[in-house]
Design a binder for this molecule. Structure first.
Ligand SMILES: [Cu+2]
Length: 144
């Protein structure tokens, strides 16, 4: 009786977990942040960490923000002893893997930023995947 009740509880919890499983594959880890942008400048950079919690690999295909005219995925690479950055048409994110946008690596560039950014300001970005998922990201402007 006690044992079968435990089994029953286990399966009930299991089924509830499956039902409650988020449809969203992309999970933001920690805080997304940007840096102050003085008046007269219009290109900003944003960083964050994402994990693929879905059940298949996913590809990030676009990023946008109401703050900017356009936004792109970029990556810094070393080439011929120089640090260069490349625009990426998309970024593949394996199942269970973490993608870190961080200084010197992957980053998100925002072009045509419509206002200066001061420490403590916030703005939003939307990241879209090839599966049609859209993740809203709140970005905080932090000091260097
Ligand atoms: Cu860049």
């Amino acid at each position: 009786m006690g044992f079968s009740l435990k089994i029953c509880r286990f399966f009930t919890l299991f089924i509830l977990a499956v039902i409650a499983w988020p449809a969203s594959a992309l999970e933001q880890l920690g805080e997304a942040y940007s840096r102050p942008l003085p008046p007269g400048q219009s290109t900003a950079v944003a960083y964050l960490e994402l994990r693929n919690n879905g059940d298949a690999p996913v590809r990030l295909v676009s990023v946008s923000s109401p703050l900017a005219r356009s936004a792109e995925f970029h990556r810094h690479i070393h080439e011929d002893g120089m640090m260069k950055m490349r625009k990426l048409p998309g970024i593949d994110l394996e199942l269970g893997k973490i993608l870190r946008f961080q200084p010197g690596g992957y980053h998100i560039m925002l072009f045509g930023v419509k206002r200066p950014l001061r420490v403590g300001d916030k703005f939003t970005m939307q990241i879209e995947t090839d599966t049609g998922e859209s993740l809203d990201v709140d970005v905080l402007v932090k000091a260097y």
